[in-house]
Design a protein around this ligand. Structure first.
Ligand code: NDP
Ligand code: A1CAB
Length: 271
């Protein structure tokens, strides 16, 4: 890819994307620029891990960039755009990975017709396993969308969605890895309570989660069918799932996704 990319924000999500891009080799380390609000120590940390260009000076970062990725918290977006907009040129492409915030609002903050593409990745980008949804703002062309797909494809899979669906995407795949980690934490606790050492417990659980993910991807069978194949009549799985049902697991997870999606809607209301 013959572009320079500037990250505005150097937190968990920016790092996950940087890690994935560096691993993919699609960009050289000179093509990746990173800035944050003021945390020099964090920039030094990113520099030491990935050897990318970490620069506090916003003007320098924006001047160099073809693509600017907004990766601050929603409530810091306004200040961060304020600090870069005087340096932004109209042809510079802007990507945002910020939950809840619309491309229209970003366009209004920039005060110019820069193409804006919204993306919702997740932290599995770190190892090239993000599921990233992408949607175009009103000034973004198909070509801009293709550029976004090209970039985000280096850190996992991509799907183009309507911008209105981004809230739901955030509740499912943006936050999703955290739900799985929570499940793992609970399984680990149960294993430890049963007397397992942490290492053995985590080896068993991690491979179980990994195997289930791969089965969903590769077997061509639905989650329901795969689950059925494990659930012998009057067997152990059935006993476990009866307990999940007793505590309304399905409803809990559905409500969990809805709460996260609703929170994304709320974040957008602060625009
Ligand atoms: N974490 C996740 O799993 C995911 C997060 N997202 C989205 O990514 C965004 C970032 O999240 P996350 O990485 O977790 O957040 P972090 O809190 O880890 O990082 C936020 C970053 O923004 C920087 N920042 C704050 N204000 C400014 C400013 N005025 N100018 C430049 N940089 C600024 C901070 O710099 P400093 O340290 O100097 O204050 C920090 O580097 C959020 O909007 C979130 O919705 C999307 C998908 C998944
Ligand atoms: O919790 C959050 O708000 C962000 C957005 C998706 C994942 N983390």
């Amino acid at each position: 890819m013959n572009k320079k990319i500037a990250f505005i924000g150097a937190g968990s999500m920016a790092e996950a994307i940087i890690s994935g891009i560096v691993k993919s080799g699609i960009l050289t380390k000179e093509q990746i620029l990173v800035t944050n609000k003021s945390n020099r120590e964090r920039l030094e940390n990113i520099k030491s891990k990935y050897d990318v260009q970490c620069i506090l000076d916003k003007e320098e970062v924006i001047r160099e960039a073809d693509i600017v990725i907004l990766a601050t918290k929603p409530y810091d977006l306004k200040d961060s755009v304020e600090s870069i907009k005087e340096f932004l040129q109209p042809e510079q492409l802007v990507f945002s990975v910020i939950a809840g915030i619309s491309t229209d609002y970003i366009t209004a903050l920039i005060g110019n017709n820069n193409p804006v593409v919204r993306a919702m990745p997740n932290t599995s980008a770190t190892i090239g396993y993000s599921a990233t949804a992408i949607s175009a703002g009103k000034y973004a062309s198909d070509e801009h969308l293709i550029q976004a797909e090209e970039l985000f494809a280096t850190i996992g899979t991509t799907a183009i969605v309507d911008e209105d669906d981004m809230h739901t995407v955030t509740g499912i795949s943006g936050s999703g890895p955290a739900y799985i980690y929570y499940l793992v934490e609970a399984m680990e606790k149960a294993a430890l309570e049963a007397g397992f050492d942490k290492e053995t417990a985590m080896e068993l659980i991690t491979q179980t989660v990994r195997g289930a993910g791969q089965m969903l991807k590769e077997s061509g069978e639905s989650a329901a069918v795969l689950r059925k194949k494990i659930t012998s009549p009057a067997g152990t799985t059935e006993a476990g799932i009866e307990t999940l049902n007793k505590y309304d697991f399905e409803k809990t997870i559905m409500e969990c996704v809805k709460s996260a999606s609703n929170r994304s809607v709320e974040l957008g209301k602060n625009e």
